[in-house]
Design a protein around this ligand. Structure first.
Ligand code: IMP
Length: 329
């Protein structure tokens, strides 16, 4: 068995889907699996010339690859079927490719209702916290108890052990800075594990992990109640040029310079082999190449070349891939 894991080293929204789709072109995978989170994330892609945003279903669906929602996720059944309705118009074989592990937990209407006026953390109000709370308290409902989900149910363990050379591509959700344990500021996080360990919790053997791909942007974005954005006038400019608004809630993402200490910590804990820096085109257009430390010291690297040398020195044994996406993706 071989597993490649694509995870966000920041606060989500670093265009993991783009990287996951690139890996799908490079290797042959038996499935793409989501391993944590639920409809709190918004994964955008272009399919048939149209922008498509998915929240629950892995992006393998766009490449005719089995797309599995793993046991570490939480599923809102109504939203799941709504997403399938939309995808059926775009993807042939759609319903045959989508699978949910029988032990995946369910987000109920009550979970969503309890979050309707939530503002302390600034959640996506998708009922994520309540669903994970009930899972841990052993009172949650699992996919196996929902009759409408029966046609989609699998046992993730049986699936990945169904043949000796099974190849899994994990499409991460959220990001390291939002991880329930490692979050930058306690309480301002999501309720799941956004690390490699979070993927392993789904039952993927650690010895199968071949590559861990960490994804960042050359600047940071965050959505939530935390005071995150500084006063630099380039932050609103970045937001405007890069269209940094949440896919799930439409909220403006707060911008800051890349925190080098945080990236280093995320890279270490996840033991990445490859670092992908997306959206380089945005800072190219703006022409500002600054980074910051956890203590708040800002270093002006002046040029893109210096920025790259700085990262190369920080990560001497890691392959760094710079991506200049077509703008605004
Ligand atoms: P929850 O996951 O909806 O409970 O939200 C908790 C925190 O995580 C909030 O700050 C959300 O804005 C943030 N969050 C959750 N999912 C995402 C995501 O996919 N991208 C960016 N932020 C997210």
């Amino acid at each position: 068995m071989k597993t490649d894991i694509v995870i966000d080293l920041s606060y989500g929204d670093c265009a993991k889907t783009k990287v996951t789709l690139d890996y799908l072109k490079r290797n042959k995978y038996d499935c793409v699996a989501r391993v944590s989170g639920g409809s709190n994330c918004g994964h955008s892609t272009y399919h048939g010339g149209k922008k498509v945003v998915t929240h629950l279903i892995p992006c393998g669906i766009f490449k005719q690859t089995k797309s599995i929602i793993g046991p570490g996720c939480v599923v809102n059944v109504k939203k799941f079927f709504k997403e399938i309705d939309e995808l059926t118009k775009l993807v042939t074989n759609c319903t045959d490719l989508i699978k949910i592990s029988y032990n995946t937990h369910i987000v109920t209407e009550a979970h969503i209702e309890e979050e309707i006026n939530e503002s302390a953390v600034g959640t996506t109000r998708q009922g994520i916290g309540g669903a994970y709370r009930d899972k841990v308290a052993r009172v949650g409902i699992r996919a196996e108890s929902i009759p409408e989900l029966k046609p989609f149910l699998i046992d993730f363990h049986e699936e990945i052990f169904s043949k000796p050379d099974y190849q899994i591509l994990v499409e991460g959700a959220q990001g390291f800075g939002l991880d329930i344990d490692h979050c930058k500021v306690w309480k301002y996080c999501t309720s799941s594990s956004c690390t490699v360990a979070g993927a392993l919790l789904n039952g993927i053997p650690h010895s199968s992990v071949r590559e861990v791909v960490g994804v960042i942007k050359p600047y940071e974005t965050y959505v939530g109640a935390l005071d995150f954005e500084g006063n630099d006038p380039i932050f609103p400019k970045i937001r405007e040029i890069a269209k940094e608004f949440g896919e799930t809630t439409g909220r403006p993402r707060k911008i800051n310079f890349l925190c080098i200490d945080d990236v280093l910590k995320a890279a270490r804990i996840n033991s990445i082999n490859t670092l992908v820096v997306n959206k380089m085109d945005i800072l190219q257009e703006i022409g500002v190449w600054k980074v910051r430390s956890a203590a708040g010291t800002i270093t002006d690297l002046h040029t893109e070349e210096n920025f790259k040398s700085f990262l190369a020195e920080l990560f001497p044994n890691i392959e760094i891939i710079y991506s200049y996406s077509p703008k605004h993706i």
